[in-house]
Design a protein around this ligand. Structure first.
Ligand code: NOJ
Ligand code: MG
Length: 549
């Protein structure tokens, strides 16, 4: 199947299905749930890392890229999973975390033991002459980005947790080692790769302080050399498979650079994730703050990216949710009164756009953030650090908690809700993260009486069967509407207009004259009447298709 017709499903293995009762999801659990995945009709599954890891950052701290962590299963479980998915036409996408390794990785351990070869794998630097840290950079999880390197007088760089040491990509041996990892998994039949924070690998050779008032990330994020690294990795590994599917996780990237990463002429990646639209509920760009989303800004970002990527022949990964984000339903929809309709509306926005849609597990049954009432339920290192930092900076415990509750990554990491039982049918043991609203939201209930899952099936089918959805150009519709985000798709003489009401009140749209004779391709409400003044119900989406000839 062509890339433009594919839909990718993301599984957070720790939370999908637990087969052995230890409270943690595993590969055999995923194998058991293959029929469910088949029903949805997705083309590829992205698995968050399940490699050997001390799990300080839930597997993004890898200690061995070649082995499966025993908590998740064995290599033969993995091979069985790949084979069974392949048999029903579903590909596997693995998460390649190459900006850093765990400090338990043998490379780092050898470096610590004095092996010069491996010391060159990492950024080891001396303190400044005044004894202060090598640079003033901050870790993305809070605190300084440098920690002492064993007993030496050196420090090592870690943009994330102190147990995630940054690899020095200037070293060709590091780049070759990464390509070797990709090739190992290719030889196991893996065709998909997601590259974790790949655009922070392009640091300068000389690391310097960020000037006062400048965020340190601007010094090392999205630099031109990242494109050279990607071209090299492509040629040395996945680029040798004509049907490989790759996605780069791009922190603070630009449209121009994202075209660079994904324009097929450049032989870098199939597509990229960018996060600008998911910062529209941040106060002044600060994640650990609270406000309701800025709709005009959201619209302009979605439209600007779609327009720009179309013009430059780039390709976007389209998504609202992943394991790092609170549930989009809680942020951009109405998880209470309009849970179903707003879940469907959000899905419509991305599934009919130009790019490759990603579904994060649970989205297809309308899962929402859990309702925890104290910090005791949160486990993510980022949330725990943020809570402490908020309290330190003067927030009351109650206010700090409210912020963490809306922003924590744990929100999307709660177990998949299979049924209404106390453990949500996820495990027979004690779930590693507590589900809270499975009595209402669960797979059994959704498949028997719900409409969200069916709606996702329809969206997926449209992409596979209707060329305008897969390959049509993107065109801007009016950007000045107060509550509707709409866009055009166009292919040959066909035109598709997608209208999405982002609010809980009805609204009226003046249809362009040529659309008054259009047919309704899809809507999340029944009995839609196409008329010059179209009334949209709360959180209604409508897709109208017309043939100009
Ligand atoms: C992005 C991953 O999605 C996130 O979960 C992780 O903490 C960081 N990269 C560091 O690897
Ligand atoms: Mg288990």
């Amino acid at each position: 199947m062509k890339l433009s017709q594919q839909v990718i499903y993301q599984i957070y293995p720790k939370s999908f299905y637990d087969s052995d009762g230890d409270g943690i999801g595993d590969l055999r659990g995923i194998i058991e749930k293959i029929p469910y995945l088949q029903k949805l009709n997705v083309d590829m599954i992205w698995f968050n890392p399940f490699f050997v890891s001390p799990q300080n950052d839930n597997g993004y701290d890898i200690a061995d890229y070649y082995r499966i962590d025993p908590t998740f299963g064995t290599m033969s479980d993995f091979e069985e999973l790949v084979a069974k998915l392949k048999a029903i036409g579903i590909g596997v996408m693995l998460d390649m975390v190459f900006n850093h390794t765990s400090t338990e990785h043998v490379w780092f351990q050898k470096a610590l033991a004095g092996d010069r070869k491996y010391q060159k794998f990492y950024y080891l630097r001396h303190a400044k002459p005044d004894g202060s840290l090598p640079t003033n950079w901050e870790s993305k999880f809070g605190g300084p980005a440098w920690s002492p390197f064993g007993e030496s007088d050196l420090y090592y760089l870690h943009l994330y947790d102190p147990t995630q040491a940054d690899l020095d990509w200037h070293n060709p041996a590091v780049r070759a080692a990464c390509a070797e990892v990709v090739n190992y998994w290719r030889q196991k039949g893996v065709k998909g790769f997601r590259f974790d924070v790949i655009n922070v690998t392009g640091k300068a050779a000389q690391l310097v302080d960020a000037p006062k008032g400048v965020a340190s990330k601007t010094l090392y994020t999205d630099t031109p050399i990242v494109q050279d690294y990607l071209k090299e990795l492509n040629a040395a590994s996945f680029g040798q498979d004509p049907d490989s599917v790759t996605v780069g996780e791009m922190s603070s990237t630009t449209i121009k650079n994202s075209i660079g990463y994904t324009n097929p002429d450049n032989h870098e990646l199939s597509m990229v994730f960018n996060f600008h639209h998911l910062k529209t509920d941040y106060v002044d760009g600060r994640k650990w703050s609270r406000m309701s989303f800025d709709f005009p800004r959201l619209k302009h970002l979605l439209d600007g990216w779609a327009t720009g990527m179309n013009a430059g022949n780039g390709w976007q990964a389209l998504f609202w949710n992943n394991h790092d984000q609170p549930r989009a339903l809680n942020r951009f929809g109405d998880p209470g009164r309009y849970r179903v309709k707003s879940a469907e509306m959000l899905a419509t926005v991305i599934h009919l756009m130009r790019g490759t849609p990603f579904i994060y597990m649970g989205e297809e049954i309308g899962m929402t953030d859990p309702d925890y009432d104290s910090m005791a339920d949160y486990v993510d290192i980022e949330a725990l650090n943020a809570y402490r930092a908020l309290v330190r900076s003067g927030y009351s415990h109650a206010d700090a908690f409210t912020i963490v509750k809306t922003k924590a990554r744990d929100n999307s990491r709660t177990p998949m809700q299979w049924d209404a039982s106390p453990k949500a049918g996820f495990t027979t043991g004690r779930p590693w993260l507590r589900p809270t609203n499975q009595a209402k939201i669960n797979v059994v209930q959704e498949l028997a009486h719900g409409e969200i899952f069916k709606y996702y099936q329809q969206l997926i089918k449209l992409r596979k069967t209707l060329p305008i959805v897969a390959d049509g150009d993107y065109r801007t519709w009016r950007l000045d509407d107060d509550q509707v985000f709409g866009y055009w798709r166009q292919l040959g003489s066909q035109q598709l207009l997608v209208l999405n009401n982002f609010y809980a009140t009805t609204t009226t749209v003046d249809l362009p004259a040529e659309m008054v004779t259009a047919k309704v391709l899809l809507s999340n409400y029944d009995a839609v009447k196409v008329q010059p003044k179209m009334v949209l119900q709360p959180y209604q989406s409508v897709a109208l298709l017309v043939n100009k000839n």
